[in-house]
Each structure stands twice: as C-alpha cells, then as structure tokens.
Design a protein around this ligand. Structure first.
Ligand SMILES: Cc1cc2nc3c(=O)[nH]c(=O)nc-3n(C[C@H](O)[C@H](O)[C@H](O)COP(=O)(O)OP(=O)(O)OC[C@H]3O[C@@H](n4cnc5c(N)ncnc54)[C@H](O)[C@@H]3O)c2cc1C
Length: 333
C-alpha cells in the first residue's frame, strides 16, 4: 500500500439503470460524521453514460457533498465493473482522496474489490459504522458470525476504502448550500477492457421494491405454508406495503429470495414493519430492527419479535390478518 494517503473523503454513487440509488445519501452521512473530525471535505463521484448523470449529480450536491465529480462516457452507460474501476482509478490518481466509501450493494462490493486492488488500497468490507482512530485512519465495525460478533477493523496506511451496508446510516438531508458539480475527463484509451456491457433485461414485477419501501409486511414460518402468503399479500395490498419474508420461508421455497429480510437478505428501514409469524431471531432482526414502528403478530408473546415490537398482537395470524384487512377496507369505505 502506498504511503501519503492524500486528502478528502469520497462517496461513490450508484446509478441503477439510470436511477440514483439512495444509498449515496447514507454514505454522505457517514462521510460527514468522519469529516467533523478530520475536516478534509466530503466529495462524491457519479458515473454514467453521456448526459445521464446531471439530475443525480445535482441532487447529491444539494445533500452535503462539497464537490461532485461526474465521469461520463458511453463505456460507463451500464455497470461494467472493469470500466468503472479504471475511470475511478484515473480520477483517484489525479485528485488523491484519502478515504473512499462505496455502498455494500452487489455492484458496490465488486467495484470496491477491483478498485482496491488497482489502487493498492486497504478495503474494509460490509461495515455498519465508521470512525477515525487517533492518527486519522479509517476504523469501522463489521458484523461477523451472523451478527453475533462486532469486529473493529481498520486500515492504517495508504488509500483507505470501505463498503458500507445499506441502511446503516440515516440519509443526509438537504444542506443549506449546494456543492459544485465538476465534469472530470474520461480517457479509456489505456484501459484495454476485456468485457462489454451487453444489455439489461428487467424482471417483470408489479411488486413494491423492498429496499425502498416505506411500509413492509413480512411473513415467517408461522404462516404454515406457501398459501399463507396470500394473507401477507392481502395485508400488504391494503396498506400499500412491500412483501418481506424470513429466511425460513425462503429456504422452504414459499417465496422468492428477493423478499428475504435479514443478515443474508435485504436490510430495510421502513416507517412501518409488520412481522407476521416471525420469531425474531438475531439474523432477521439484523435486517429490520431500525424500522421506525414495528408491529408483531405472533402466537408466542415471549418470542424476541414480540418483545422488540412497538405493538405486539398475540394470537393466530390466520384470524388476525383477515380481520385487520377487513377493518382497513371498512375504514376506507
Ligand atoms: C448465517 C445465518 C444467516 C441467516 N440469515 C437470515 C436472514 O437473513 N433472515 C432471516 O429471516 N433469517 C436468517 N437466518 C435464519 C434465522 O436464524 C431463523 O432461523 C429464521 O429467521 C426463522 O424464521 P421464522 O421466524 O420465520 O421461523 P421460526 O423461528 O420458526 O418462527 C415462527 C414463528 O411463528 C409463530 N407462529 C407459529 N404459528 C403461528 C400462528 N398461527 N399465528 C401467529 N404466529 C405463529 C411462532 O410462535 C414463531 O415465533 C440466518 C441463519 C444463519 C445461521
């Protein structure tokens, strides 16, 4: 790893099929907390195809990034890890930041790993909290062994990078003044890319996306069978909520993996989380315990989810959920 880490805390934004993924605002919160100590300044980087980054860059600049570097090129139009890493490496060599945060998403993790090797940087993976040690080096907390252990990990020299778990930080609010958007040059002549972005075929789904949902109704083994998810969908539909699930029911094949909430599923932070027939094991709680309001429906009043919930409803979910749905429909006329 090179000495002389440079100056500035950077956050790398993710554009998913042209839309800005809001994890960048969580990275900005994390970076600003570090900047309160180091006073290095917070910058962001957004990559995309020609003419595709302007709204995202403007939004990021209004949420506390002092400078937003824009890297635009036809080769950056779709997420091609190799091209993104080369474009970022060129910018890093020119601007010399000291620390870089990326989202611990599928794209963010693979990009971070390739970038860290290319820049000979130290990388802290999948962290949930960040801080600086007494010498100003990056330290972070990383959950291990199914969330049962929190390890403190650190990089002590060179360029310091981390991938930050989605929902680990609150989203940065609008700042009092907007930062500067800087178009940075992109020259792929020396990249020698071996891959190319072939295309994207979206999955056809009318469901509300779990990761950005403000309300989630989740089902667990207490549903009894895959058919039990009809109840969950009814309640989700009545509330305008997304459908979540525990790993037990995903592993049983009752519902697709994309619905799984928890350590090995999605981390969510909705305003309302309704847990139906979910016991609340630590691996499930790891993905949803920061929800604003938690409602648990469970026959066991002693299970961890009932103890955690703001509202605990004891009983058989097969009776309670239809009654709640009927009441919502009645209230709405
Ligand atoms: C490395 C690792 C990673 C994991 N990652 C995840 C993860 O990401 N997400 C996750 O969810 N799990 C994860 N797990 C699994 C986790 O430990 C639990 O096994 C799982 O969450 C249990 O799911 P559950 O609550 O649906 O089932 P159970 O624990 O079986 O709970 C079922 C609940 O339903 C209630 N119930 C039963 N009948 C009724 C009824 N008629 N009405 C109302 N309530 C009823 C019961 O009282 C009980 O509380 C992971 C485990 C490991 C080891």
């Amino acid at each position: 790893m090179a000495e002389n880490p440079g100056k500035g805390i950077w956050c790398v934004a993710e554009l998913r099929h042209g839309a800005l993924v809001p994890t960048i605002f969580e990275l900005l919160s994390a970076a600003r907390s570090l900047d309160q100590v180091s006073k290095e300044g917070v910058c962001a980087v957004v990559l995309g195809g020609p003419g595709k980054t302007a709204p995202a860059a403007k939004e990021i600049a209004s949420r506390g990034a002092q400078r937003v570097f824009v890297l635009e090129h036809a080769l950056l139009d779709g997420f091609l890890e190799e091209a993104y890493a080369r474009a970022l490496k060129d910018l890093i060599e020119r601007e010399k930041p000291s620390k870089i945060l990326l989202p611990a998403s599928v794209a963010g993790r693979s990009l971070a790993a390739r970038l860290a090797v290319a820049c000979r940087a130290g990388l802290l993976g999948d962290v949930t909290a960040v801080a600086l040690d007494s010498s100003g080096n990056l330290e972070a907390l990383r959950p291990c062994y199914g969330g049962n252990l929190l390890a403190t990990v650190a990089v002590r020299r060179g360029l310091q990078m981390a991938t930050v778990r989605p929902m680990a930080f609150p989203r940065a609010a609008q700042a009092s003044s907007s930062g500067e958007v800087v178009a940075a040059p992109v020259d792929p002549s020396s990249w020698g890319l071996r891959g190319r972005f072939a295309g994207f075929a979206p999955e056809e789904s009318k469901e509300i996306d779990l990761s950005s949902a403000e309300k989630i109704v989740s089902g667990g083994r207490g549903l009894g069978s895959a058919k039990g998810f009809e109840l969950i969908r009814d309640l989700a539909h009545a509330l305008g909520a997304a459908v979540g699930a525990s790993r037990a029911v995903v592993d049983s094949g009752w519902i697709a993996y994309r619905h799984q909430v928890g350590l090995t599923g999605r981390a969510v932070r909705p305003k309302l989380y309704v847990a139906c027939g979910i016991s609340g094991q630590v691996q499930h709680l790891a993905g949803m315990s920061s929800s604003d309001v938690i409602v648990a429906i469970n026959s066991d009043p002693q299970c961890p989810m009932m103890k955690l919930a703001n509202f605990a409803v004891q009983g058989d979910l097969h009776q309670i959920i239809p009654a709640v749905v009927a009441e919502i429909k009645k209230q709405r006329g």
